[in-house]
Design a protein around this ligand. Structure first.
Ligand SMILES: *Cc1c(COP(=O)(O)O)cnc(C)c1O
Length: 381
């Protein structure tokens, strides 16, 4: 069997050059080499996140920096609107609740997006400033739906709310323009479209958000953005940085620059289009409609009569293709395939070929080679 092909929506495949960088000799995190590393990583992150400000970097999972946004921006009792398109949107709402915010939810069914119209309607029913913040998920990894973040941000800002974005699986894979769109805080992590091993949480903070950080009354210590900013001015972090992952991230950012960010985003759209064409040709359903489908991860409906767990296990055992199941209420109903970060055409084609064979093994009667063929056609168009 070929090497395992890791197509779960994070951690994603890590390119060889990034893996090599992670293995470099350790350096003094308070010395000039780290400061140099700090500055190079900052330059790359600013371009990927569309911000002129320093990006704060914590040793953390994505969830940690989601929590950091809540404790740095808000005070107990603040009213926030959580836009929920799936599991990760719900997680953001629960974090806010855990810290004593008054959370209301705008929920859409799985596979749908929170549109600017829906958000405007919900916010329009409130007095101006009725919500202190709006929590958004840019790319809802549990359903494979991409939010129109520029439009949602505009609407939320017009209503006077702080715009707080979970961009954990979007940054590096689709355009993010924090300053241009007026996002207040966007958090992301190393292990998704940034194709670096897990362990770094990244936070873009707008000028306006810094005022909110000063005014916020929730307790914080490790996550205090003010402390991180002060250290950043010296090219350092307040506590020991995950140096090896910084080496990796610098290399990953270099790879993104080398390909060119517009080309990276176009590749993701091409791969998603080809994968979706392949899934349709195999006769399977897609959870997200085309108009809101994520270019980074696709949720596929498991056909009746086939057990999701058996399908996923067989894909791995027989073909070495590793995909993810559904989360929460979607467990057993979908499986999810990522095509982000280091993913290339050959990976999408291998996944579809393996899926066709696996489905045939499980009694599905559509032609097993049709998926790969349709994707090839889409890619050559
Ligand atoms: C993966 C992911 C998270 C959680 O990241 P962890 O590192 O597992 O905490 C949050 N939001 C989105 C959209 C994600 O894709």
């Amino acid at each position: 069997m070929d090497e395992e092909l890791l197509l779960i929506p994070g951690p994603t495949m890590v390119p060889a050059a990034v893996r090599a960088a992670v293995g470099r000799r350790m350096i003094n995190h308070r010395g000039p080499s780290f400061t140099q590393l700090y500055r190079e990583v900052q330059a790359g992150l600013r371009r990927v996140l569309g911000t002129a400000e320093d990006v704060l970097v914590f040793p953390s999972a994505g969830t940690g920096v989601m929590e950091s946004a809540v404790v740095n921006l808000f005070s107990p009792g603040d009213r926030v609107l959580a836009c929920v398109m799936g599991e990760f949107g719900e997680r953001f709402a629960r974090i806010a609740e855990a810290f004593g915010l008054r959370v209301e939810r705008l929920v859409v069914p799985p596979g749908r997006a929170v549109t600017a119209e829906l958000l405007a309607e919900r916010l329009g029913a409130e007095p101006a400033g009725g919500f202190r913040g709006v929590l958004l998920t840019h790319n809802e990894t549990s359903t494979g739906v991409l939010l129109d973040l520029a439009a949602a941000t505009r609407v939320a800002r017009e209503a006077g709310a702080l715009v707080v974005v979970d961009g954990v699986s979007s940054a590096g894979g689709v355009e993010v323009d924090c300053d241009g769109w007026g996002v207040d805080v966007l958090v992301t992590a190393s292990q998704k479209a940034l194709m670096t091993p897990p362990g770094l949480g990244l936070v873009a903070v707008s000028r306006r958000a810094w005022e909110a950080v000063e005014a916020a009354r929730l307790p914080r210590y490790y996550w205090d953005y003010r402390q991180a900013r002060r250290s950043g001015e010296k090219g350092q972090t307040p506590y020991t940085p995950a140096v090896a992952l910084w080496f990796g991230l610098r290399e990953a950012l270099r790879l993104l620059e080398e390909e060119g960010l517009p080309a990276v985003y176009a590749r993701h759209r091409r791969l998603a289009g080809a994968f979706r064409a392949g899934i349709r040709a195999l006769g399977l359903g897609l959870l997200a409609e085309d108009a809101v489908a994520s270019p980074l991860v696709t949720a596929v409906e498991v056909p009746p009569g086939i057990e999701a767990a058996a399908l996923i296990r067989r894909l791995r055992e027989r073909f070495g293709v590793v995909v993810a199941g559904g989360q929460g209420e979607l467990a057993g109903r979908i499986f999810r395939v990522a095509h982000m970060g280091a993913a290339r055409e050959e990976h999408v084609l291998r996944a579809l070929a393996a899926l066709g064979e696996t489905l045939a093994d499980l009694g599905w009667t559509k032609g097993p080679a049709e998926g790969r063929r349709a994707a090839e056609e889409a890619l050559s168009a």
